[in-house]
Design a binder for this molecule. Structure first.
Ligand SMILES: [Zn+2]
Length: 173
């Protein structure tokens, strides 16, 4: 892994930990304000450039929103969203990620009226724990920890998605 990849990946991990710490000592419960604060912190400490820090906070929000919307729309669990056994995720990471998803879930408004956004992940970006599939060939990739997304090992595709509840139905039928 080259320096840039490692930098983004550790930036994502550090941001999660920082947000969790701030949230644990929180005086209010707006998780997304803590993500903003953690973004500023990373820039202030010169761990990341502003552009990198904002990219990483977008990655983190994208994962949290996707998981929270999935759970809200389907009334299924975080495990159903991950699509693999939660025990495969390191306990502290799982704890941090679930708390964040719960908070994001709690702050979603009028969700029933919102269409789930069509979100894509690209190679070169960072994903949190969960499952992505290749848009071109459908190959599934399980991530048990935050990871740098590589091009699809099967077809070289660079765009990835997460399963939506509708696709789930198609697969089952
Ligand atoms: Zn592929």
């Amino acid at each position: 892994m080259n320096d840039d990849k490692a930098k983004l990946l550790s930036g994502y991990q550090r941001m999660m930990t920082r947000v969790k710490d701030m949230w644990t000592h929180a005086t209010h419960d707006d998780l997304h304000q803590y993500i903003d604060a953690a973004t500023e912190k990373a820039v202030e400490l010169e761990e990341l450039s502003r552009e990198e820090a904002e990219k990483i906070s977008d990655y983190l929000r994208r994962d949290l929103n996707d998981a929270a919307e999935f759970i809200a729309n389907t009334e299924q669990s975080l495990g159903d969203w991950m699509r693999f056994d939660l025990e495969l995720i390191e306990a502290r990471l799982l704890d941090t990620f679930s708390i964040m998803v719960d908070q994001t879930h709690a702050s979603l408004d009028n969700l029933a009226e919102q269409a789930r956004l069509a979100v894509e992940w690209q190679s070169g970006e960072i994903t949190g724990p969960g499952t992505l599939y290749c848009e071109s060939c459908g190959q599934e990739f399980n991530f048990h920890r935050p990871s740098y997304i590589l091009p699809c090992a099967n077809c070289g595709g660079v765009l990835f998605k997460r399963y939506t509840p509708d696709e789930e139905k198609t697969i089952e039928s």
